[in-house]
Design a binder for this molecule. Structure first.
Ligand SMILES: [Zn+2]
Length: 390
């Protein structure tokens, strides 16, 4: 059933009148602003693909929704309207059974100017959950069983996930409240530091690692059954989390320093610490690479380093002009994008979740991976870790 998705035609917030009950925006079309490419397969490879994608296919990190067509003009107002438009129809073209969806991250600013506030996150998580509850194809993912059921029934399990724990402030109980709302995966820090630890973009002269409160938060997340991601955390914070956590640790989206990513990549030491917890590393595409071939160089590097049982895919892509999105975000902080980000306007073969999740399985079957290895990296590795964590 994995490839035969039962999409029911539901569009976001169909239970309301767009433009009347809430402000509607012109949203980005699936292939706006780039030339899509589908990796060619032979008939024999196609038969393998169908069998393999009938098994679990899970994204560890995406933003599976539509941004405004005119990001420069509409982004702020779209965000403040508080209604993420999940791309149910575009996602149903893939064999995805589950997606860890990171929502708006620090852009979530319905109630504040700079984001990551409790009210912002509660607004976004609960509004999104209401919309997902009205879709017959998608369901909020609260358990491993929900992923299996989505695969069997041709649906999609949406794992509501957050990239930072900044909004819990100094309240451990908020971890339980978020779990109660359906959040099943949370980062320790975004690039900025918070009460839990030092952020990856926030190391001045020394890296403070995990705080005492951060240790308590990791323990509470273990107790509650919340998956922990060290993406965006500083190197020392990541190592400390791996040392403290009793459960497998994730890095939902990463590139490797050792495969030429420089300081924006993750070190071998951190990857090895994650693998030692029994955790899983998701491969990040995003904006830093020209095409799916360079993406897979990072995949092969990390597989060689920690073993294929610790690797999965978290492309971190979205529906909309991501380069324009980054430019607008940088400009709002008085910065310009580095040239490296602008070198390629889009990631060839990997630009949005539909293209990514059609091409990732295709690349694997056309590049010498065995059926067993492909099943592991598409879903089994993540399921194994989640069975312990959740
Ligand atoms: Zn991220």
């Amino acid at each position: 059933m994995g490839t035969d998705k039962q999409y029911d035609g539901y569009q976001p917030y169909d239970y309301l009148d767009a433009g009347d009950d809430y402000r509607a925006f012109e949203l980005s079309e699936k292939h706006a602003g780039f030339e899509p490419r589908t990796i060619e397969v032979t008939d024999e490879e196609r038969a393998r693909l169908e069998a393999l994608t009938a098994e679990s296919v899970i994204s560890l990190h995406d933003h599976a929704f539509r941004f405004p067509a005119d990001i420069d003009a509409d982004l702020r107002d779209y965000v403040r309207e508080g209604r993420i438009h999940t791309a149910y129809d575009y996602l149903a073209e893939t064999s995805l059974d589950a997606v860890f969806d990171m929502q708006f991250d620090g852009l979530s600013t319905v109630h504040s100017l700079n984001g990551w506030k409790w009210d912002d996150i509660v607004h976004e998580v609960s509004m999104r959950a209401c919309d997902i509850a009205h879709s017959a194809y998608a369901r909020q993912c609260r358990s491993v069983e929900d992923i299996h059921r989505a695969r069997e029934e041709g649906g999609l399990a949406v794992v509501q996930a957050l990239e930072s724990a900044a909004m819990i402030e100094n309240e451990l109980d908020r971890i339980e409240q978020l779990y109660g709302m359906g959040v099943r995966s949370m980062g320790i820090t975004y690039s900025a530091s918070n009460a839990l630890g030092t952020g990856g973009g926030d190391v001045y002269q020394r890296d403070g690692g995990l705080t005492g409160f951060g240790v308590s938060a990791v323990e509470r997340m273990n107790d509650v059954g919340m998956a922990i991601s060290v993406s965006h955390a500083s190197p020392q914070t990541s190592l400390d989390v791996c040392a403290v956590s009793d459960e497998p640790v994730f890095d939902t989206h990463a590139l490797a320093q050792g495969a030429g990513m420089g300081s924006r990549g993750t070190s071998d030491e951190v990857f090895e610490a994650i693998a030692d917890t029994g955790g899983v590393i998701g491969l990040l595409s995003s904006t830093h690479l020209p095409d799916i071939e360079s993406y897979m160089e990072h995949f092969e590097y990390i597989v060689d380093l920690v073993g294929i049982e610790h690797v999965a895919f978290g492309p971190d892509v979205l529906y909309g002009d991501h380069t324009e999105l980054l430019r607008v975000l940088a400009a709002s902080q008085g910065m310009e994008l580095p040239d490296s980000t602008l070198e390629s306007a889009y990631v060839d073969g990997l630009e949005n979740p539909t293209e990514a999740w059609i091409n990732i399985p295709r690349w694997l079957v056309t590049n010498g991976y065995s059926d067993e290895e492909i099943r592991m990296v598409l879903g089994e590795n993540v399921l194994r870790a989640l069975e312990t964590v959740w």
